[in-house]
Design a protein around this ligand. Structure first.
Ligand code: SF4
Length: 746
């Protein structure tokens, strides 16, 4: 009997069937699920490798202060230590001294419970998640323009029916390959695919037109196109008058961006700007989609606003098979940003600063509105302050591998090491878990049931298909166990269906309204699009057809100004560095780097033959990339698909983010992952491709002194008599850590 469920990785959330063959679990197609129609990429096909992986964590681990090593513990001991340390730290330093950090891969139920745990149990405002680094610029822009953020306000398959698809900073042929079939079908219909990307990616290679701007200049390109659209008389004035506000100021702001100036800033020749404007202007239907290439910048939200301005001027948003959308990255990047694990949000995509929203959610949780903390720090700002006078002293991490995925990773790792307590719940010993004081082994994907909301706002049920290994618990159990030990004023549900029912009540009336969705309905219908305010509502496949979600129903134009990257090339750092993904790996690689049948090439440095010639390296030879924040070494990949002023490094291994810039977008607080100034040189001694290319700080023991509160000290002594006097011990060899109950039990 096969179980219909969904892939553990990206935001497409491809449907699949899992069944047993002897002792093995095998992946089969689920042809009827409309998002992927049976297609999957290699990551989906090989995903079951994670379920019985030899590196799977199956017993809690606590760091022994005498040896500095992690050792096996039972759940009572591990949760007791965490709860006691949290209680002590909060008693000494206040509620905000404890922070929690979530992830865009967590189910809706987990994201919701994590936010509730932070606000109602810990009473801390310090909660944010790694989706801040993924989606926040597009989300911020969509809320400002349309009044609500649903990444794609229409099904992805709609792009097959458009006339021109403009993909800005998306390499979907490699990041979500089954989605590329929509491009092929569009072209078979006679439509046109345009890709804007500094690299000639696999997606760009399949396009009709590839526009290759200098990294960090997408906003200027959008302004130049708007200028040419206005000059060509292609503004849909009737639509602009009827459905939007603020065009005149935006029109004036674009007037200085004549194509020749646009060429000077972006490197895109003026004739191509004019030709593209004509293509867009003369098309009946246009879809503009942005992704991380356009968004992960210190002017990322303004860049997205600029593309939305263009789509609005063309009269495309809120019409069938037309409009603007964003391609979410992480598996639950959409739902993960709707239900309360973000520093400024309550469930249902409500603002934590809205008194009515606070009252509604507090009533669902059974607490007073005043008991809920206010807005906290964004992800990078939260991490940047860890262990400082002003920052949190303890951090609980669920579903995130911060050490690999944070920008300026060397600095962030130092901040993690400055904590009094780092707790990581994960399925394998990620680079972040390896630095923790307590590691909690948790269930994953096919071992548990929960809902996800894919990039289209389609809520789906990811069903449990296999029993988890003995010894692991779900994140929901972990949070409930901690809440109980901390004497929380609210109890936390642990059954996913009950959590979802509560989430639906908490979201009722909010922008992301799930009130009409439940597990029975998801089982019967397979998916429901939000908003869905009541059980009789069919769900909302296409948004904005009649009105936008603003008070007057009109979309907003916004004047934006090109500022360029926070770091420009200079004599010492003469190139642009950009980062991204490869087909066989996913995000920080904690899962996919462990799957045997996925290529693990290690990091590499992609550079143009002109750059390779200048520094004297051939394909495959080691090169060193240096920025103001760090350095890494990896083999060169000499390709003519790169710009001669730009080098590219994939971010799935330790290395790329040692280099990236932590400059933040002022509106979204998104770091500038996608561009910084770099130098590249040959490495005299050969170096193999490996994650050792980058260098992280050595792991150091924590708990250098006994906890001050006698009760906590007693509790710690009871649980583990060795939690004192550990300063100055030697670094640990993390490769020797126990990874299973059998290896770890003592
Ligand atoms: S990684 Fe994404 S595209 Fe690949 S199978 Fe999974 S959900 Fe589908």
């Amino acid at each position: 009997m096969a179980t219909q469920t969904h892939c553990p990785y990206c935001s497409l959330q491809c449907g699949m069937r899992l069944s047993r063959r002897g002792r093995d679990t095998v992946v089969g197609t689920w042809d009827e699920f409309p998002v992927n129609e049976g297609a999957m990429c290699r990551k989906g096909w090989t995903s079951v490798d994670l379920l019985r992986h030899r590196e799977r964590l199956t017993t809690p681990l606590v760091r022994d202060p005498d040896t500095g090593e992690l050792r096996a513990a039972n759940w009572d001991e591990a949760l007791g230590i965490v709860a006691d340390r949290i209680a002590t730290i909060q008693a000494e330093h206040g509620r905000d001294a404890v922070a929690v950090f979530g992830g865009g891969g967590l189910t809706n139920e987990k994201a919701y419970t994590l936010g509730k745990f932070a606000r109602a149990c810990l009473g801390t405002s310090m909660v944010d998640y790694n989706g801040r680094w993924c989606m926040s610029s597009a989300a911020s822009a969509s809320v400002r323009s349309f009044g609500v953020d649903r990444g794609l306000p229409f099904p992805l398959a709609d792009v097959e029916q458009t006339d021109v698809l403009l993909l800005v900073g998306s390499n979907l042929a490699e990041t979500m390959p089954p989605a590329a079939r929509h491009l092929d079908r569009l072209r078979e219909r006679g439509g046109t695919v345009v890709v804007v990307d500094p690299r000639r990616t696999a997606t760009a290679a399949r396009a009709d037109l590839h526009v290759q701007p200098v990294p960090g200049t997408d906003l200027a390109l959008a302004q130049g196109l708007l200028h040419a659209v206005v000059a060509g008389g292609w503004v849909d004035q009737e639509y602009v008058d009827r459905r939007t506000v603020g065009f005149e100021a935006v029109r004036r702001s674009a007037m200085s961006w004549w194509p020749e100036l646009t060429e000077r800033v972006t490197g895109v020749v003026a004739s191509q700007v004019r030709d593209l404007a004509r293509l867009l202007g003369e098309a009946d239907r246009v879809v503009v989609l942005t992704a991380r290439g356009a968004e992960q910048h210190a002017q990322g939200s303004d860049t997205v606003l600029a593309w939305i301005n263009l789509a609005l001027a063309l009269g495309q948003c809120g019409r069938p098979y037309s409009g603007y959308g964003c391609l979410t990255g992480q598996g639950n990047g959409q739902g993960g940003r709707e239900h309360g694990q973000k520093a400024d949000q309550l469930p249902g995509y409500r603002s934590i600063e809205d008194p009515a929203a606070r009252e509604h959610v507090a009533a669902v949780w059974g607490v007073e509105p005043d008991a809920l903390p206010g807005k906290g720090r964004s992800a990078y700002e939260l991490l940047d302050a860890l262990g400082t006078q002003d920052g949190a002293r303890a951090l609980l991490v669920l579903g995130s591998n911060i050490v690999v995925s944070a920008p300026n990773a060397n600095h962030v790792t130092q901040r993690l090491d400055a904590l009094d307590l780092l707790v990581v719940a994960d399925v394998v010993m990620s680079e972040t878990a390896a630095r923790a004081d307590v590691v909690l082994p948790v269930t994953q994907w096919a071992e548990e049931t929960g809902t996800m909301t894919n990039l289209e706002g389609r809520v789906i049920l990811r069903r449990k298909a296999v029993e988890p290994p003995e010894g692991v618990r779900s994140d929901l159990d972990v949070l409930a166990g901690l809440a109980e030990r901390l004497g929380s004023p609210v109890a936390l549900e642990t059954e996913p269906e009950a959590v979802f029912a509560e989430l639906a009540r908490a979201s009722a009336g909010g922008p992301a309204d799930y009130a009409g969705i439940d597990y029975d309905r998801l089982t019967a219908e397979h998916d429901v699009f939000w908003p869905c305010p009541d059980p009789d509502h069919p769900g909302t496949e296409r948004m904005f057809l009649d009105r936008f979600a603003t008070p007057d129903g009109r979309a907003r134009f916004h004047v934006v100004t090109h500022r360029g990257p926070a770091e420009q090339p200079c004599e010492a750092y003469p190139l642009h560095l950009t980062t991204g993904r490869v087909l066989a790996q996913y995000q920080s690689g904690a899962q996919t780097r462990r799957v045997r049948d996925l290529d693990d090439t290690g990091p590499f440095v992609e550079l143009h033959p002109l750059v390779a010639g200048r520094i004297g390296v051939d394909h495959g030879e080691p090169v060193r990339v240096t920025t103001r924040r760090g350095t890494m070494q990896a083999p060169a990949r000499v390709v003519d698909t790169a710009r001669p002023d730009t080098v590219f490094v994939p971010f799935h291994w330790v290395g790329a983010n040692l280099l990236t810039n932590d400059a933040l977008d002022p509106a979204s607080r998104m770091p500038e992952f996608k561009v910084c100034a770099a130098s590249v040189s040959a490495v005299s001694a050969p170096a193999a491709a490996s994650s050792e290319g980058g260098a992280l700080p050595t792991i150091r023991p924590r708990f250098a002194r006994p906890p001050a509160r006698p009760a906590t000290a007693a509790a710690l002594a009871e649980g583990n008599g060795k939690w004192a006097e550990t300063a100055g011990r030697a670094p640990r060899n993390v490769s020797s850590l126990p990874t299973s109950a059998a290896e770890g039990a003592s």
